[in-house]
Design a protein around this ligand. Sequence first.
Ligand code: DGL
Length: 264
Amino acid sequence: MIGVFDSGFGGLNVLRGITTQLPQYGYIYLGDSARAPYGSRPFEEVYMFTKQGVEFLFEHGATLIVLACNTASSEALRKIQSDYEKSPNKKVLGVLIPFAESAVAQTDNKRVGVIATEGTVRSGSFVREIQKLDDKIYVVQQACPLLVPLIEAGEMKATDSLLRDYLAPLLADGIDTLILGCTHYGLLETQVRAVVGPDIAVVSERDVVPASLEVYLERHPDIEIRITKNVAPRFYSTGPLDRFEQLGSMFFRTPLHAERATLG
Ligand code: DGL
């Protein structure tokens, strides 16, 4: 199966994109809702929690794992990939490279904005990945710590004025491309587009990750062949299952049944 890990519900929005584009595979999703949000946690915690989540997914049948969580991809991916270097049957992918590739392809004026959690911004990972592809690109980042709690509370409308405040410095900086560098922000895409206007390209995880996963599987038939196919997705959460099912259905846009996961 393909494992998808997130700190909570947001990754279900990404899983929705992946299952639409690649419906033939079996999926196992784990949201560490009991310990979310990860966005303001120290690096060591994000690494430890993500490692536990990845272990859980491998133990439950995943052969390939996508860290849908940008904070986990930024702070824990490299170390986790090196932890599994000697295990050819255990692959872990992040979401930063597809984002970076898409932004680099779309920017004309070479000014890219990133909105993300505090942890992702602090890690500098988007700046690094983008400038690895083109070191002439200027990247301006903005942490938006108040958005995730509001989205999780279903208070989408309340994000409008915050979004304007968070995006103002990036617009003043003349960006022509904006990365929504957090699982949850995909749910605000319409509102973001209303603030930035039609001339700014908006890059969201649900658009870039499925396409990049498809390319990865085409290039790695040895991994592709081992993935279980044509089975229903399974959902696990470390937090209260009723809340996960209720909020999760909003992100996944389909009712879902979740099972309890215990980590660590
Ligand atoms: N999943 C996180 C991310 O994409 C957002 C939620 C959190 O802070 O845990 O960065």
